[in-house]
Design a protein around this ligand. Structure first.
Ligand SMILES: [Zn+2]
Ligand SMILES: [Zn+2]
Length: 349
C-alpha cells in the first residue's frame, strides 16, 4: 500500500523527524504505520540508530526518500557512530541509555523551529555536547519548558498542526522564548568546528578531542568546575563559570576542541601541568596514540599528587571498603610501592 502523502526531507533533518512528519501528514501514528506493514518489532527501536540495513532500506523506499537508502542513512546517527571507532568508550550521541528513557528524548532551539517553513528536528540536536544552537547562539531546551517532560516525537498526536509539540501538556515548542548563553566568539567558533568535524568524519580529531574532554572532566571531578577554567586560562582559553556550570557537555567539548587546536607547545604545557588528570583519564579510557608519550612520562617520573590520592581514597571508602595502598594503586593504575612510598613520606611530614 503506497502512502497518500510523501514528505520531502528538510535541510540537516534528523531521520526520525522526517519519519514522524510523514506519519503526521498521513494522519497516522508511527506504531500504526509499522503495524500495517507487520514491522511491529521495530516499534521499540531508536530509528536514528537502527542496526538493521533492511529496515533503513524499507523506510527509504516506503517513505520515498529522493536519495534512497544513502540519503536515509545520511539523516540517521549512523555516520556519527562510525567516526567513534578510534575512541569507542564514550558516545557523542545523546541519551544512549535506554533504561532512563532518555534515548528518544529530543532537544530543540525554538528559533530554529520558528524559522522553518514547517517545524522539524535537526540531526545534530541529538549530539550530547550540542547544548547551544550555533546558528542562533541560543541555549537548546532539553525538554518541555512548561511541564519538564522529555520531548518524545512518536508520542505527539497527528491532530496537532505540526510535530513540534509537547506530548504531555500540548505546548507548541516553537513558541518558547529564546535563552541567550554567556559565551565568547572563540567558543562559537569551537561549536562550529565540532559540527564540521562530524561532517568531515575526522576520526583522529574526534579521538583526540574526546580524550581531552575526558581529561578536563577529571579536573572538574577532583576540584570542581572552576578548576579546569583556571588551568585553561593559563593557556589562553577563556570561559565563564556560568557557561561551564549550565552547559557542562558543551563546555567540556568546546574547551577540548580549543585545546586540540592550540600550538603544540601550549598543549604540552597544559597536559604536563595537569598530569594527574591525564592519568585518571587514561585509566578510564584508552589513550589515543597521539598522547601516548605523555602516558610514558607519567609512569616514569610523575610524583603522585595529594589531590588525586585523596579523591581516589574517598571513592574507595565511599564504596564501603578501606582505602588500602593496594586498592589505591589498582585504581590509579600504578605500582603499589609508589603509593606506599607516597603515604610513608606524607606520614613523616
Ligand atoms: Zn537555532
Ligand atoms: Zn509540556
Amino acid at each position: 500500500m503506497p502512502l497518500a502523502v510523501y514528505v520531502h526531507p528538510l535541510k540537516e533533518e534528523l531521520l526520525s523527524s522526517w519519519v514522524m512528519r510523514t506519519c503526521h501528514a498521513n494522519a497516522t501514528s508511527l506504531y500504526s504505520l509499522l503495524w500495517h506493514f507487520k514491522l511491529n518489532n521495530q516499534a521499540q527501536v531508536d530509528i536514528d540508530q537502527t542496526q538493521s540495513p533492511e529496515f533503513l532500506r524499507w523506510l527509504a523506499t516506503t517513505l520515498n526518500h529522493p536519495d534512497g537508502f544513502t540519503g536515509a542513512k545520511a539523516m540517521s546517527l549512523l555516520p556519527i557512530q562510525e567516526i567513534t571507532t578510534l575512541f569507542p568508550h564514550k558516545s557523542w550521541i545523546r541519551g544512549i541509555d535506554r533504561r532512563a528513557f532518555k534515548w528518544r528524548s529530543f532537544r530543540f532551539c525554538p528559533q530554529c523551529l520558528q524559522e522553518a517553513p514547517q517545524p522539524y528536528f535537526k540531526r545534530l540536536w541529538r549530539v550530547e555536547w550540542y547544548e547551544v544552537c550555533p546558528k542562533h547562539h541560543l541555549a537548546m531546551y532539553n525538554g518541555c519548558p512548561r511541564c519538564s517532560k522529555p520531548i518524545v516525537l512518536h508520542r505527539i498526536s497527528w491532530e496537532k498542526p505540526h510535530v513540534a509539540h509537547c506530548y504531555n501538556c500540548k505546548s507548541d515548542l516553537s513558541s518558547f522564548p529564546p535563552q541567550t548563553v554567556p559565551i565568547n566568539t572563540n567558543t562559537h567558533a569551537a561549536i562550529e568546528g565540532l559540527c564540521a568535524l562530524i561532517s568531515n568524519r575526522s576520526q583522529e580529531d574526534y579521538a583526540a578531542i574526546h580524550f581531552l574532554e575526558a581529561l578536563l572532566e577529571q579536573g572538574r571531578r577532583l576540584k570542581g568546575v572552576s578548576s579546569p577554567i583556571e588551568s585553561l586560562k593559563n593557556v589562553g582559553i577563556n570561559n565563564s563559570a556560568e557557561y561551564a556550570e549550565n552547559f557542562p557537555a558543551s563546555f567540556l567539548a568546546t574547551a577540548a576542541y580549543e585545546l586540540w587546536h592550540l600550538d603544540g607547545d601550549s598543549l604540552n604545557k597544559f597536559i604536563l601541568e595537569n598530569q594527574g588528570w591525564f592519568n585518571l583519564a587514561a585509566r578510564d579510557y584508552s589513550c589515543p596514540n597521539v598522547f601516548k608519550h605523555f602516558h610514558r612520562v607519567w609512569f616514569k617520573a610523575h610524583e603522585l599528587n595529594e589531590d588525586t590520592m585523596n579523591q581516589i581514597a574517598k571513592e574507595i571508602r565511599d564504596a564501603g571498603v578501606e582505602a588500602t595502598p593496594g586498592r589505591i594503586a589498582r585504581k590509579i593504575g600504578c605500582n603499589i610501592r609508589r603509593v606506599e612510598k607516597f603515604l610513608t613520606k606524607k606520614h613523616q611530614q
